[in-house]
Design a protein around this ligand. Structure first.
Ligand code: ZN
Ligand code: ZN
Length: 398
């Protein structure tokens, strides 16, 4: 174990009480996407207390700061945390329970933010021990389209100085605390929302011959669209099409004029994402037309798919093995959820890994986006220490 490695472990241990206090403060004061005003002020104050000069108001509530090591212009690594909470009413009975009714950090972004503040403290302390610069990126609105990441990129977060790589972490309620998960290449899905309106001619259910039944049309369309997945998608190329809303608002003997359908389209390939959308639109419109009606097919675009740069991810994983031991570094499955970290991964080398937060013995098993989500706070010592080590290893490699 290197000297530096040991130093980081000790600092992570020293700072865990503060990281935990910060997490509790953020957890008790959650703010919704694009409204992270108090959170951003809190982050900026903490960074200033470390002697850093944060830039505030990037993409609204984003905060960016630099920690300069030796030869600060030689190399830059970006570390990212998201800051927003969700419109969920917390059901946990804990001392740090959300104080804002109907708003909760149910996706662990309080953990990501407090952990990155802890990382900042460790790296600032050790700035004489690494080459280059660490760019800290605290971003708004991971949970809401168009995503804080895309707006921060537009406002230049990846320029001046430009990070050679971006690294982010996310809590993992399916990974035991003490473990870290990685996956090279495709990891998370693009997300698009689909809105279909199938129009026909409604009327008395006893006289279908005089009507154009949109319920039957819409049913055919749903079945046909699934066959685009099974017949056109390359088998090695994962994608998901799910419809969660199908509203035919008639009654037993009244056929409505129209049916509305809503669904989600998720892929791991930007070309197939576009091609699939074209095929679905053509099929839905064509089928409705063939049955005498019409179909409006609208898409609200979400995030691109998230690809973890293979070599960067291999380096990160090797560094994590040094820090945690091989037994504590696990491989992740594909995850068809979306993440706006994907925007970074489309333009720079990026690595998004998972911080284990599950503890079955203590009943900490709830998924993200549920009112009972929580973490085993042992992860708050691992998160900042590990991310500091990953950043330093990456900066000192050349
Ligand atoms: Zn989330
Ligand atoms: Zn999240």
């Amino acid at each position: 174990m290197s000297d530096l490695h040991q130093k980081i472990k000790l600092l992570a241990k020293d700072y865990v009480a503060d990281v935990t206090a910060n997490r509790h403060h953020l957890h008790m004061n959650p703010e919704l996407s694009f409204n992270e005003h108090k959170t951003a002020r809190f982050v900026a104050e903490q960074l200033r207390a470390l002697g850093l000069e944060p830039q505030e108001g990037v993409a609204g509530t984003g905060v960016v700061a630099l920690i300069e090591g030796r030869n600060p212009t030689s190399r830059v690594v970006g570390l990212r945390a998201d800051m927003d909470a969700l419109p969920i009413h917390e059901a946990n009975d804990v001392p740090y329970k959300s104080q804002v009714p109907g708003v909760m950090h149910a996706c662990g972004h309080d953990v990501h933010t407090s952990s990155l503040l802890g990382t900042a403290r460790i790296l600032q302390q050790l700035r004489g021990e690494f080459e280059g610069t660490v760019k800290l990126v605290f971003q708004p609105a991971e949970e809401k389209a168009p995503g804080g990441a895309s707006l921060m990129i537009k406002e230049g977060v990846l320029d001046n100085p430009k990070p050679a790589s971006m690294v982010g972490q996310h809590v993992a309620p399916n990974v035991p605390v003490g473990k870290i998960g990685f996956r090279e290449g495709m990891y998370m899905a693009s997300t698009d929302e689909l809105y279909l309106t199938v129009k026909g001619k409604g009327g008395h259910g006893a006289m279908p011959d005089q009507l154009i039944d949109p319920v039957l049309m819409a049913s055919h369309i749903i079945v046909a669209l699934q066959q685009i997945i099974s017949r056109h998608r390359k088998p090695a190329n994962p994608s998901v099409l799910s419809f969660g809303r199908f509203i035919a608002d008639g009654v037993t003997n009244v056929i409505p004029n129209e049916v509305t359908i809503q669904g989600t389209w998720r892929c791991m390939d930007e070309e197939w994402r576009e091609e699939g959308l074209r095929k679905m639109k053509k099929m839905a419109e064509g089928m409705a037309d063939a049955m005498g009606g019409s179909c409006e097919f609208e898409v609200v675009r979400g995030y691109p798919f998230l690809k973890n740069h293979p070599e960067l991810t291999r380096r990160m994983k090797a560094a994590a093995v040094e820090y945690m031991g091989a037994d504590n570094v696990v491989d992740l499955d594909l995850w068809m959820a979306g993440e706006d970290f994907a925007f970074y991964s489309q333009v720079v080398d990026a690595c998004f890994y998972r911080l284990g937060t599950r503890n079955e013995a203590r009943g900490i098993v709830s998924g993200v986006h549920t009112p009972t989500f929580d973490i085993d706070e042992e992860a708050l010592e691992i998160g900042p220490g590990l991310m500091s080590w990953l950043a330093i290893r990456e900066l000192n490699q050349r």
